[in-house]
Design a binder for this molecule. Structure first.
Ligand code: 5GP
Length: 211
């Protein structure tokens, strides 16, 4: 295919994708090590108008992670206080740490007509599905289980114990892809990002034609 023929080669503006008053809630899940962060980075390069829902977490920052950008890093008591205050659209304990999506950040973006991406685990996604069934739910799978396990090992960001937990959980999580309306296999980061953009564009089209 000639490059010019590909509809998603250029950076995509908000007007090209989103015309509706209410933005689109996009939930992206996938096992640890599948490459969600890399795919999302490419997605935001291709479509800078998309917003990212910065989650709260009690996990300590990894090297290079910036507070308020990767996550909002909080202590456990602070997280529990936020639960009490009903700050979360959903929250879950993943690998011994709490993670939660800010209801306020999401609602504000949607009300401004912005499309917002939540990168959350399968438990969180099932809560969001109950509260926001009209969201777009996408699951990213690896090309093979073997590749997923070796990516996790090669990442070198966890202790051996934490790594073993992540590997076990990743395999369980992989089995839950069937609960998602859209599944995309991450063979190539750029292709995966473009497939997700196509899904978002198709969802906008579907909404425009809905009476
Ligand atoms: P990590 O520690 O590798 O950044 O994330 C671990 C897992 O937590 C990933 O599956 C990620 O999608 C999930 N996660 C990140 N933020 C949230 C959140 O706000 N809510 C839920 N339920 N899961 C999250």
């Amino acid at each position: 295919m000639e490059l010019a023929e590909c509809p998603y080669n250029a950076v995509i503006s908000r007007d090209q994708m989103s015309q509706s008053a209410q933005g689109l809630l996009i939930v992206i899940s996938g096992p640890s090590g599948v490459g969600k962060d890399t795919v999302l980075r490419r997605l935001f390069e291709l479509a800078p108008h998309l917003k990212y829902s910065v989650s709260y977490t009690t996990r300590p920052p990894r090297p290079g992670e910036v507070d308020g950008h990767s996550y909002t890093f909080v202590s456990e008591p602070e997280f529990l206080r936020l639960i009490e205050q009903k700050e979360f659209l959903e929250w879950a304990k993943v690998y011994d740490h709490y993670y939660g999506t800010s209801r306020r950040r999401v609602e504000e973006a949607l009300n401004r007509g912005e499309d917002i991406i939540l990168k959350i685990d399968v438990q969180g996604a099932s809560f969001v599905r109950k509260r926001k069934p009209d969201g777009l739910f996408i699951f990213i799978t690896p090309p093979s289980t073997q590749e997923l396990l070796s990516r996790l090992t090669g990442r070198n960001t966890e202790s051996p114990t934490a790594l073993a937990v992540r590997q076990k959980e990743a395999l369980i999580e992989l089995g839950l892809a069937k609960d998602y309306e859209h599944v995309v296999c991450n063979r190539d980061v750029d292709e995966t990002a473009r497939e997700i953009l196509a899904m978002i564009a198709a969802e906008h089209e579907r909404r425009k034609t809905r009476v």
